[in-house]
Design a protein around this ligand. Structure first.
Ligand code: GDP
Length: 217
């Protein structure tokens, strides 16, 4: 795909995102196997990233909740896919984090199998938001996921997290490097969204991008 562009949604898109994410968001199921996946006929968006990347914080910021997605005190432990219904228009799938250094080999294997099968076979999945810590940039295991998504033909959108933690110069460097990386992945959506859940940066842009994938309401 071509280079990632900084994106500025227009006012109507921002408003659509605001309206969608103002709707009720309810927990559907914590799936430990592919037999448990919800079958609600809605388009689906998944959230993936290394443990501690700020995934729970981002989902909570998007949905204006403090505790919808539980922030993880034990990185690498949860091996379930958590599904949420957003206003009857979009399903959000919170995938278990990966890349926890001390995760036992068996749990890494389980993760790869469960999440890999989900990504390969999930018909309603419209896009995966792949979260990358703005301080660290793309790591080897992020690259592995990108390759898995390329092979599964699952379009992915990279979201930089915790941008408040670094200087503008450092952020520009991560953005440039990440953009270069995305150009090498066929499934990469040509857009890079920079966020801070702590400061609210980029949240309305991401809401707008996801609203474009939701069922018309
Ligand atoms: P998860 O493991 O990916 O779900 O990550 P969490 O959402 O639990 O976040 C991991 C840690 O990073 C927590 O201590 C959060 O408070 C912190 N964190 C998450 N997002 C941000 C952010 O935007 N800015 C800052 N400064 N800290 C954040």
């Amino acid at each position: 795909m071509t280079t990632a562009e900084p994106t500025q949604p227009d006012d109507a898109e921002i408003e659509a995102g605001r309206l969608l994410f103002a709707k009720e968001c309810t927990f559907l199921i914590g799936a430990v196997s592919l037999d448990d996946l919800p079958d609600n006929g809605l388009p689906e968006v998944a959230f993936a990233g290394r443990s501690n990347v700020g995934k729970s914080s981002l989902i909570n910021a998007l949905t204006n909740r403090k505790t919808l997605a539980r922030t993880s005190n034990t990185p690498g432990r949860t091996q379930q896919l958590n599904f949420f219904d957003l206003g009857g228009r979009l399903t959000l799938a919170d995938l278990p984090g990966y890349g926890y250094a001390r995760a036992p080999r068996e749990s890494v294997r389980q993760w790869t199998e469960l999440v890999g099968d989900y990504l390969k076979g999930r018909a309603p999945l419209r896009r995966t938001c792949l979260l990358i810590d703005a301080r660290h940039g793309v790591k080897a295991n992020d690259r592995d996921i990108m390759t898995m998504l390329d092979k599964s033909a699952v379009s992915f959108l990279v979201v930089l997290t915790k941008c408040d933690k670094i200087s503008a110069d450092e952020l520009a460097k991560t953005q440039a490097e990440t953009t270069r990386e995305l150009a090498t992945h066929v499934a990469a959506h040509p857009m890079l969204i920079t966020t801070s859940s702590a400061k609210g940066t980029g949240i309305e842009t991401l809401r707008a991008a996801l609203a474009a994938l939701a069922l018309e309401g």
